[in-house]
Design a binder for this molecule. Structure first.
Ligand code: ZN
Length: 420
């Protein structure tokens, strides 16, 4: 049985309402039919400790802690050792890694002995990407040959790549550390100072309406109406974004209050395409990033298989399994990093017949099996099922970002197109 996603019937999207039965009919010999939730049900309760995944405990509990923080001056030119990854990272993003190749281990060991900082870039995109992010190591373990060199690092500052230098297995780059430009409130100079004691930072709709009235008075003495200024107010933009993402906060994740942090949190927690992520990392100011992100969130989106366009889930199905947000980077046994988004409902997926494993599980208390697209058989992610009694949700899907793309539900317009 199929039902339309769209209530107005304009879309051709369809979801298997009786997911298990539909999948059983298309299942090959190597996959097992499975459905974890009735599509008509809402999000499940959670008893899972959302602080656990952010610790990346699957890398081991005996990693050495590094203290201190390196802040590089804006605008300085320097040479950075480089790590090339499959995608860019953002300031604030956690990067867990298991490294097996010696040149990279040597590079990271040298970093640990100096300022713990290296550069992360991506050379896999079609377009030339001249931007990257510094990462600072905060925990590491020199494991044996089988365990690999284990590192947890945090994205810190953006940099512009001036020249990549390659030699003898080492790669570095001459870079310029990019500034983060913070603009004052758009009304700062034109405001009516007599109203200052009435101004507040709005945290809900009622407070926002109060501030609206004051800012309409401010705007009356300027050439532009108040709504123009609101588009350049980072606090207002942040508040609107948080209203869109309220469902994520009610499911347990923390969403940053600070506009700069939020502007970097969005691209590593929502399913943006590589070109969108690069564009956002290129902006020097949170206002520009928040404006673009708001335009993205303004549309109702679904996630589909990147290979065959089968619908996999809706954006509103996101179910954070980490305090840091619904999408995080996790490292597998082979050292491959998967940016993984967790959802409580998914369609057109089947789990492989391999037995569920708790080894290296990113979510303590859950066992994983591989999940494949029923349309083309491509690996989309994993099904995590609870193995501890009383642990809820009983199951959750973890979907790897590189297997998915988002599109708006109404007109099938690809998110890569300008003005998303
Ligand atoms: Zn597919």
């Amino acid at each position: 049985m199929n039902v339309d996603v769209e209530s107005d019937g304009e879309s051709s999207d369809s979801i298997d309402a009786n997911n298990g039965l539909e999948i059983a009919a298309r299942t090959g010999p190597n996959v097992a039919p499975f459905s974890i939730n009735n599509p008509t049900e809402g999000p499940p309760d959670s008893t899972f400790d959302l602080t656990l995944p952010a610790t990346h405990s699957y890398l081991g509990n005996n990693l050495e802690e590094l203290r201190g923080r390196t802040i590089l001056d804006d605008g300085i030119y320097m040479n950075l050792p480089l790590l090339v990854k499959q995608s860019i990272i953002f300031p604030g993003q956690t990067l867990p890694m298991t490294i097996f190749d010696k040149p990279t281990i040597d590079m990271l060991q040298k970093c640990i002995q100096s300022d713990r900082t290296f550069g992360v870039i991506c050379l896999n995109y079609n377009e030339k990407v001249a931007i990257g992010t510094t990462a600072e190591i905060y925990q590491y373990m020199e494991g044996n040959e089988a365990e690999g060199f284990r590192v947890k690092a945090k994205g810190r500052q953006r940099f512009k790549i001036l020249q990549v230098i390659q030699g003898y297995g080492k790669r570095s780059a001459n870079v310029k550390i990019l500034p983060e430009i913070t603009l004052g409130h758009p009304f700062l100079d034109a405001r009516l100072a007599s109203l200052d004691n009435l101004r507040l930072t709005p945290k809900n709709l009622e407070e926002e309406r109060k501030l609206d009235r004051i800012e309409r008075m401010d705007a009356a003495v300027t050439p532009w109406p108040a709504w123009v200024y609101k588009q350049y107010d980072p606090r207002r933009l942040s508040l609107k974004i948080k209203q869109y993402l309220q469902f994520i906060e009610t499911r347990g994740s923390n969403i940053p209050e600070d506009p700069v942090e939020l502007s970097f949190w969005i691209p590593h927690n929502l399913l943006l395409d590589d070109s969108q992520r690069i564009m956002l990392l290129n902006y020097d100011c949170a206002i520009s990033r928040l404006q673009r992100e708001l335009a993205y969130l303004d549309k109702d989106r679904i996630f589909e298989c990147r290979n065959c366009s089968s619908m996999i889930c809706k954006q509103s199905d996101m179910f954070p399994m980490s305090k840091e947000g619904p999408q995080s980077a996790y490292c597998n046994l082979g050292g491959v990093i998967h940016e993984t988004i967790t959802v409580y409902k998914a369609y057109n997926l089947v789990q492989s017949r391999e037995p569920a494993s708790t080894e290296y599980s990113w979510f303590p208390g859950y066992a994983w099996t591989i999940a494949l697209c029923t349309g083309c058989g491509m690996h989309i992610g994993w099904l995590f099922t609870a193995v501890q009694k009383g642990l809820r949700p009983e199951a959750v899907w973890g979907l790897t970002r590189k297997s998915l793309r988002s599109r708006t539900r109404r007109n099938k317009k690809r998110s890569e197109s300008p003005g998303y």
